[in-house]
Design a protein. Structure first.
Length: 178
């Protein structure tokens, strides 16, 4: 017997690619979560499990419950799932979609604040090093702040690397006070 994950994977990938192409990944994810809840609802599941219902009837039933707020393309996606008797896989499709979404979201915003202008080669080298360290795609923003006196501060989410002269002087002052 084929695993549900194996059956659901092509649908999840197709839905994800469509969502990415239409810049609607978050909207589609929410819609798939709702779709999963609708399909497992006992009154809807009863209709979906009825051997006398056609694929069109199953798709229309699910689409009617979802309403008009569904994102573009979801009705066609539901129709394909119904036609191929895969509406029962929506939970697995949603889970796989979430994994793909997480990998897409695996980018981090990094702010490099330097006392002086930083050349593009240095930014690229630093970006590559941070990508390797964080295991994520790095979106680098470069700022200049002359109050740092020299060096730079790198902020990537919770990670802060303070290599500025101002930061070092502050650490030295704190150490001398102790």
């Amino acid at each position: 017997m084929i695993e549900p994950t194996t059956l659901a994977r092509p649908y999840a990938r197709a839905a994800f690619q469509f969502a990415v192409d239409n810049t609607a990944v978050d909207v589609w994810y929410e819609a798939l979560q709702l779709l999963t809840a609708v399909v497992v609802e006992p009154s809807v599941a009863c209709i979906l499990d009825d051997p006398a219902s056609t694929a069109v009837q199953r798709a229309e039933t699910v689409s009617a419950v979802l309403g008009d707020d569904a994102p573009v393309g979801l009705a066609q996606f539901i129709a394909v799932l119904a036609e191929n008797h895969r509406l029962s896989l929506t939970g697995e499709v949603t889970r796989l979609f979430a994994e793909l979404k997480a990998s897409l979201d695996a980018a981090t915003n990094v702010t490099l604040t330097s006392a002086f202008d930083v050349d593009d080669a240095t930014v690229e080298t630093l970006s590559s090093a941070l990508k390797a360290k964080l295991g994520k795609t790095v979106d680098m923003t470069v700022k200049t702040d002359s109050t740092l006196l020299g060096g730079a501060i790198i902020r990537a989410g919770d990670l802060v690397i303070d290599g500025s002269v101002r930061g070092r002087l502050h650490k030295l002052a704190t150490a001398l006070k102790s």
